[in-house]
Each structure stands twice: as structure tokens, then as C-alpha cells.
Design a protein around this ligand. Structure first.
Ligand SMILES: O=c1ccn([C@@H]2O[C@H](COP(=O)(O)O)[C@@H](O)[C@H]2O)c(=O)[nH]1
Length: 233
């Protein structure tokens, strides 16, 4: 079985993204298309990276606007049949609900607090208190508004799982294999720790795509997760 990893295809051009997709797809469950590619190429890039593969498609557009606009945006991409589409939970319950109702076949994944933010950065934008308090609040709000998936850091996964129960898909970026560069991620953990904490899907970009051989890097991570029993075989 493919490892529960969504590879973030954050590439400057569709040729690079397609090459990465072909290399990693045999080893992982999901391919993630984000703002860098989608804003440049639009829906065509989704078809290009998906190709004829069975791999699930995660459209990470982090919608954040008034409810009517988010509903329209979600409807616009629903035809691409993404397994997941992200919205920011901070857009509020009505906004999350609007996305859920506009794209009923897609799992709307509400981003709680970006994994690049540490306590100081959160304080600077006016969010007082520890990150995990904001994550908890936003997770509950989003699930009550109908979101069936949540995005949080692996450091909050166990707390969120306890809060929202087993049926919500927990997606964790901020995943770094031991020794990998942290880059701009602030709240991180290893893949094994993320799964042990209750994550269902690990978002991993640069540790795979910037490796000399992205296919080999994805295969090694998948094998490691299986060896440690962290991933289903
Ligand atoms: O809180 C969030 C939400 C989304 N992301 C996205 O995940 C990947 C992470 O890539 P790495 O190279 O493994 O850091 C990237 O596409 C982000 O847009 C996130 O990091 N944090």
C-alpha cells in the first residue's frame, strides 16, 4: 500500500512538477498542487500532474474570503475532483460551511494555524496565547461547520485528534525526517512522530523534491514508515 504521504509539488514549472509526480507516485498516496503551480497554470496543471495515475489529488489553495466568494471558488475547482481542498479556518464558520456545501464530493480541509508560525509570529499578528490553543479553537469551529479534514502541525495532532474524534482526516505539514533542513517550518516533527500522534496524511515537500533523486527519497521514506510499523502495509 502507498505510504500516507502527500508530496508537495511546489515547482516553478509544470515540467518539473510532472517529473516529480511521475517519480514519487508509485510510493505515496497523494500528490499536492499548491499556489505556486495553480496560480501560474490553472486547472491544466492538475490534469498534467495527475496523468492517468490512481494517486489522490490534494488542491492546496487555502481559500480565505467572504463566504459567497469562497463558495464560488470551491465550485470552480470542484470539477477537477480533488480529494482535498484547503480553506483557512480563520475565515470563520460561515465561510467553511460555504465551501463544504459548494463542493460536496471534496473533503474540505480547514487549515488551523500555519506550520510556519511560531509563538512570536502568532503574537505579532495579534493571536495571544499558545499556538495549540488557537489550533484547538479553529479545529472545533471548522469541524462544527462541516469540514471533514483539518490541517495542523504534527505537534498538535494528538490534541486535535482527542478533540475532534476518529472520523476527521488529520493532515500534517511541518514534517521533517531526522536530519532534514527545517527551512521556514516552525512547528515540526518526524514522519514517525506525526503518525504516532494520530496524523492520517503527512505533507512532505522539499525533503523529497529537493533530494537528488525524489523517487528514491519517497521510496525510502515509505519503506522506513512501513518498517517502523507507522504506516499500513
Ligand atoms: O500549515 C501549513 C499548510 C500548508 N503547508 C504546505 O505544505 C507544504 C510543505 O512543504 P515543505 O517543503 O515540506 O515544507 C507546502 O506546500 C506548504 O504550502 C504548510 O507547510 N503548512
Amino acid at each position: 500500500m502507498a505510504a500516507p504521504i502527500a508530496v508537495a509539488l511546489d515547482a516553478p514549472d509544470v515540467e518539473t512538477a510532472s517529473r516529480w509526480a511521475a517519480a514519487v507516485a508509485p510510493h505515496v498516496s497523494t500528490l499536492k498542487v499548491g499556489l505556486e503551480l495553480y496560480l501560474r497554470y490553472g486547472p491544466a496543471v492538475v490534469e498534467a500532474v495527475r496523468g492517468a495515475r490512481e494517486t489522490a489529488l490534494f488542491l492546496d489553495l487555502k481559500l480565505h474570503d467572504i463566504p459567497a466568494t469562497v463558495a464560488g471558488a470551491a465550485r470552480s475547482v470542484a470539477g477537477l475532483a480533488p480529494a482535498f481542498l484547503t480553506v483557512h479556518a480563520a475565515g470563520g464558520a460561515d465561510m467553511v460551511r460555504a465551501a463544504v456545501e459548494a463542493a460536496p464530493e471534496t473533503r474540505i480541509a480547514a487549515v488551523t494555524v500555519l506550520t510556519s508560525l511560531d509563538e512570536a509570529a502568532l503574537g505579532a499578528v495579534g493571536m495571544r496565547g499558545p499556538a495549540r490553543d488557537a489550533v484547538r479553537r479553529l479545529a472545533v469551529l471548522a469541524v462544527e461547520a462541516g469540514a471533514r479534514a483539518l490541517v495542523c502541525s504534527p505537534q498538535e495532532a494528538a490534541m486535535v485528534r482527542a478533540e475532534v474524534g476518529p472520523d476527521v482526516t488529520l493532515i500534517t505539514p511541518g514534517v521533517r525526517p531526522a536530519g532534514a533542513a527545517q527551512g521556514d517550518q516552525a512547528r515540526v516533527a518526524t514522519p514517525e512522530a506525526a503518525l504516532a500522534a494520530g496524523a492520517d496524511l503527512l505533507v512532505i515537500g522539499r525533503p523529497i523534491t529537493r533530494a537528488p533523486d525524489p523517487g528514491a527519497a519517497a521510496a525510502a521514506l515509505a519503506a522506513e514508515l512501513q518498517k517502523t510499523g507507522a504506516s499500513p502495509s
